[in-house]
Design a binder for this molecule. Structure first.
Ligand code: B16
Ligand code: MG
Length: 216
């Protein structure tokens, strides 16, 4: 029987990718780089600085900025992103999330957040689900981002369970790869992009039976 659930945030609990996109698109345009929605798919699940590096690579500008200037660019994007997040409410939870979390709590199954986002606590608070999670991994404590399994292993440790006793939920390929490398059962949440290597794929959490998942 599985003993805990580990959730990605953006794309699984709520859809903040659209706000990341607006903020990155504006920042990129300011430095003469154009990004589109297809390119934005690559930024899902990867850290803020890795996202900036991918944008600079697209524009052939990796060497155009010092590390201090890159920090300033990432910070400017984040200020804009956080402004956009102010409008989040519990209505922005993805379908079935609240019911799933309530059912997990009722069954005594602990839940963790394994998100690359340093804004995760703020987002969970705006969504009104902070109290539904027993553990929120702090991405600032990690030495490697997804697809490295570190964040998922830390989440399992926080829940006091073995990674093999956990079910992980992810919408991004980097995240599925991390969940599998950690040795967890992987649920892929389909968001329009093909996902490889997940043990099962659903469009929303309402498509899942908690009892069946726990028996995996
Ligand atoms: P921040 P997740 C990720 O969230 C996003 O998918 C990714 O696009 C973003 O760059 C990353 O968080 C860092 O976010 O700038 O707020 O620290 O999917 O891991 O929940
Ligand atoms: Mg995600």
């Amino acid at each position: 029987m599985k003993k805990g659930f580990v959730f990605d945030l953006d794309g699984v609990i709520t859809d903040t990718a659209k706000y990341h996109y607006i903020a990155w698109k504006e920042l990129a345009a300011e430095i003469g780089i154009e990004i589109d929605l297809k390119f934005n798919e690559q930024l899902k699940g990867i850290s803020r600085m890795d996202s900036l590096e991918r944008i600079l690579t697209l524009g052939n500008k990796n060497d155009a900025y010092s590390s201090e200037e890159k920090d300033a660019l990432a910070s400017k994007k984040n200020t804009h992103y956080v402004q956009l997040l102010q409008s989040l409410t519990p209505d922005d939870l993805l379908p079935g999330v609240k019911t799933f979390l309530e059912e997990a709590k009722h069954k005594g199954i602990p839940c963790a957040i394994a998100s690359a986002s340093k804004n995760a606590p703020f987002i969970l608070d705006k969504l009104g689900v902070m109290q539904d999670f027993d553990v929120i991994v702090d991405p600032a404590t990690l030495s490697k981002g997804k697809p490295d399994p570190e964040i998922f292993i830390q989440a399992a440790k926080g829940l006091n369970i073995e990674p093999s006793d956990a079910v992980g939920f992810e919408d991004a390929q980097a995240g599925i790869d991390g969940i599998k490398a950690a040795g967890m059962y992987a649920v892929g949440v389909y968001s329009g992009e093909e996902l490889h290597g997940a043990d099962t794929i659903v469009e929303k959490l309402t498509d899942l039976s908690i009892d069946e998942l726990l028996a995996k």
